[in-house]
Structures are given as structure tokens and as C-alpha cells.
Design a binder for this molecule. Structure first.
Ligand code: SF4
Length: 332
């Protein structure tokens, strides 16, 4: 591991000041991504700034019923927060489907948004990887690409975005508050993560800034929600395919609907066309299968991951069916 300077900040302003003029400087909170990648020599920060003392650990209900979540709220605290369980069950389910309880106890909301891909070539400094080293190539395109993306990829990068939490945020809708040297600005979560295109090393919209909060959109009510994650083993594993579903029903006809995917795309993926197809339809298997087919119509498999398309189809149908059931049970 390479040596780096270390600082502790007790305010957002101080954290930004410590980072100033240090392009490879990195903030650390739970450390569940950064420390791994530093040890692997994939990330090489010249300075690491500990932000755990910042006052960003509260979940607050705003006057318009939205929840504002501090960036240092842990994944565990968020998943079990009574307001999250009541208003946004999909978020709680998605977080609890991720990692292990030990990791969730350490991982934070801000860190989860900044998670790096699990592409094994990215994590191996001897491999060619455009994301790690722009212009070096992509060993995944011709290598073992079983875990890689079938949606949103490019001829430069096909790495999957690894987060479960971000899949739920894509469905719920959220605003990220980013604080930089010139003040605070807001970015819609749908615009935060970038598609790889020709510049896979540019992963998000964060500049010389720190994520300080995530504000969730007002809850959809009444609501049925379900998160289905399919993976190689039952826990402590990243998704091969996951689907979240949020539905409201009126006399068994679908009203509001949200359908995000994880494990198959280069960023948290929202299936807008499939959602539009579901609106007003009877909540039954035929409609769910039709939506799943539309959601995956543009999927482009690589040599080793064609199985992800039927797998994702199953995840979508199950998530929609479970969300409809949850809504009906809630209604009785
Ligand atoms: Fe790197 Fe992306 Fe290729 Fe993986 S898929 S090796 S992250 S460029």
C-alpha cells in the first residue's frame, strides 16, 4: 500500500479545505469501498480526509413530507428507520439485500452513492481498464464478462453499477445536495451517475464537492413495493440481476408504477417505457411479462452473460407480482 497523508475534519468547510488542491484526495467515512481499493493499488489518494465527525447523521422529515437523509447515516440505520419503513419500504428492502450486516453497519449513504464497480479487471492493476486508466482498453469486452452489463454499455466499458440502494433511489426519486467551495447545489439522482460512453472514468456529476444529504421525493401512497435480487449465493453477494417494483392499484388496475433494475446495467436503471406500458393495465402475470419483455428489449449480451436477460425477466415479473400482492394485503 502506498503512503498517504491523513487528516480529520470536524466541519464540511474544513473537509473541503483539506481536499483543496489535491486532485487525488479522497474522503473516507465507512471505508468499505475506499480501503479495499487502496490496498489493491487501484485508488491512490495522496490525502485521505476522515469525515466521520461531520454533523451529517440525521434523518429529518421536512414540512412537505420529504425525508432528508444526512450523507453519513449508515445503511443499517437507514434501512431500519421507522419513517423509511413506513414511507419507502423499497429502499429498506434494497439496502438489506446488499452486503452483510457488518458492512451495512459501516457503509454510509454518501459512500453507497460513490461505490465503484466490482468488475474484476477494474480491481486488477495489471489488466487493461479504461475506467481505471483512460485509453488503456477494456479486458472485460473479450474476457470473462459473466457479471457485466447488458444495458447501458459502450465499446469502452460494460461494468455494472453495484449498488442496491441506488436502484431503490432511482425508483423513489431523490435530490442529492452537493456542497463545494462555492456553496451547495442540488442534483437529481437520475442525473448523478453517468453512462460510460467514451469516458467511463467519469462516473458521476460530483465535482470538487462532498455529498451532504439525500432528500427523497414524497412517498407514493397507497403503495406496494418489492425488491427481488438474484445472485450466485443467498447473501453477501452482488446482483446478477435485480428488480424493484413500486405499484399502486385501483380496483386491481395499475395506477402509479416504478420499475428500476440493478445488476444488469452500467448505472441504476429505470425502465420508463415498461412503466408507461403498465399504467392502467390489470395487475396480472400477462401484463408483468409484457413489461419485462419491453424493459429488456434493448439488452445487448456479451459472450458470457446472455443468461442475465431471462434472469432479469424473472426478477421483474416476481418484483411486480410481489409488489401487487403487498398492495392488496395492505388494502385488506
Ligand atoms: Fe474497466 Fe469497464 Fe472494462 Fe471493467 S468493463 S475492465 S471497469 S473499462
Amino acid at each position: 500500500m502506498r503512503p498517504f497523508a491523513f487528516a480529520r475534519a470536524d466541519s464540511v468547510e474544513r473537509a473541503l479545505e483539506c481536499r483543496r488542491g489535491e486532485p487525488t484526495g479522497a474522503f473516507v467515512a465507512g471505508g468499505t469501498t475506499l480501503l479495499d481499493l487502496v490496498k489493491l493499488d487501484v485508488m491512490r489518494p495522496a490525502r485521505v480526509i476522515d469525515i466521520n465527525a461531520l454533523p451529517l447523521k440525521d434523518v429529518e422529515r421536512l414540512h412537505d413530507d420529504r425525508l432528508r437523509i444526512g450523507a453519513l447515516v449508515t445503511n443499517t440505520d437507514l434501512a431500519y428507520h421507522p419513517d423509511v419503513l413506513a414511507d419507502h419500504p423499497l429502499l429498506s428492502q434494497a439496502i438489506l439485500a446488499g452486503a452483510s450486516s457488518q458492512v451495512r453497519n459501516m457503509a454510509t449513504v454518501g459512500g453507497n452513492l460513490m461505490q465503484r464497480t466490482r468488475c474484476p479487471y477494474f480491481r486488477d492493476p495489471t489488466a487493461a481498464c479504461n475506467k481505471r486508466e483512460p485509453g488503456s482498453g477494456c479486458d472485460a469486452l473479450t474476457g470473462v464478462n459473466r457479471m457485466h452489463a447488458v444495458l447501458g454499455g459502450s465499446d469502452r466499458c460494460v461494468a455494472v453499477h453495484p449498488s442496491d440502494m441506488c436502484v431503490a433511489l432511482a425508483a423513489i426519486g431523490a435530490t442529492l445536495s452537493l456542497q463545494g467551495p462555492n456553496g451547495e447545489r442540488e442534483v437529481d439522482v437520475a442525473d448523478f451517475h453517468r453512462l460510460p460512453g467514451a469516458t467511463p472514468h467519469l462516473e458521476h456529476e460530483l465535482g470538487d464537492e462532498l455529498i451532504v444529504a439525500v432528500t427523497l421525493a414524497p412517498p407514493l401512497k397507497p403503495l406496494g413495493a418489492a425488491y427481488v435480487k438474484l445472485r450466485d449465493r443467498a447473501s453477501y453477494e452482488f446482483a446478477l440481476a435485480s428488480a424493484g417494483a413500486m405499484l399502486s392499484l385501483d380496483e386491481d388496475l395499475i395506477g402509479e408504477q416504478r420499475l428500476p433494475l440493478g445488476g444488469v446495467a452500467t448505472k441504476p436503471w429505470r425502465c420508463h417505457a415498461a412503466e408507461a406500458l403498465l399504467a392502467g393495465k390489470r395487475a396480472d402475470t400477462a401484463a408483468f411479462e409484457e413489461a419485462a419483455d419491453l424493459a429488456l428489449a434493448d439488452a445487448a449480451p456479451l459472450a458470457h452473460n446472455a443468461f442475465k436477460i431471462p434472469l432479469a425477466r424473472q426478477a421483474i415479473v416476481r418484483a411486480l407480482r410481489d409488489a401487487a400482492r403487498a398492495h392488496r394485503e395492505d388494502d385488506t
